[in-house]
Design a protein around this ligand. Sequence first.
Ligand SMILES: Cc1cc2nc3c(=O)[nH]c(=O)nc-3n(C[C@H](O)[C@H](O)[C@H](O)COP(=O)(O)O)c2cc1C
Length: 191
Amino acid sequence: MHIKTANTKTNVHDLIKKRWSARSFSPKQLSEDDVQTILEAGTWAASSMNEQPWKYLYAMNGTKGFDRMHSCLMTGNQPWSNNGSVLMISLAKKNFEYKGRINRHAMHDMGAANSTLLLQAADMDVYGHMIGGFDMQKTLEEFNIDSEKWEIACFIVLGYLDDAEKLDEPFLSREKKARTRRSVSEISTKI
Ligand SMILES: Cc1cc2nc3c(=O)[nH]c(=O)nc-3n(C[C@H](O)[C@H](O)[C@H](O)COP(=O)(O)O)c2cc1C
């Protein structure tokens, strides 16, 4: 198993270092209880006005729902995500309940929920990979999503890790490639 724990300069929490976007997933399936735990973790993310402007559609591998979701992914994302145990579509609600006002924080808050659930997953040795490469129109139609109300943030595939060597190129190299980040000095300015 190729574990890509983050190599940090400071004392970052082990759980944050542990999460990474895997591509090689084992046949071991998540249980429904596991999925419920991961989804509940996401609900504890902060959101503007506690609106919780997120919704997840999910399907377990081996079901028609999984195949329908999988068929909406771009071809470059299909070969490796095929072995994931669960596929999710994360949706952000565009308007606040209150007077239907536009919620400009919706995608931000959706992202916070996604990050939170992925940390919960990592703690359970479940690895997730967010996927922005999907066919928007096909997904809207396939799942009858009202694009006036909902913005599709991304897909997420979840599963237990397997050997990188199970993957074909170019995914094998990507799975083995070291993770890098911009430095704190590049992404922050002390005022
Ligand atoms: C919104 C979003 C969309 C992404 N879309 C894809 C994608 O379509 N295909 C892919 O292989 N990875 C995708 N990724 C994964 C990123 O490439 C990955 O998070 C990034 O390289 C950092 O790696 P790490 O998550 O392992 O730290 C996406 C990530 C996010 C957050």
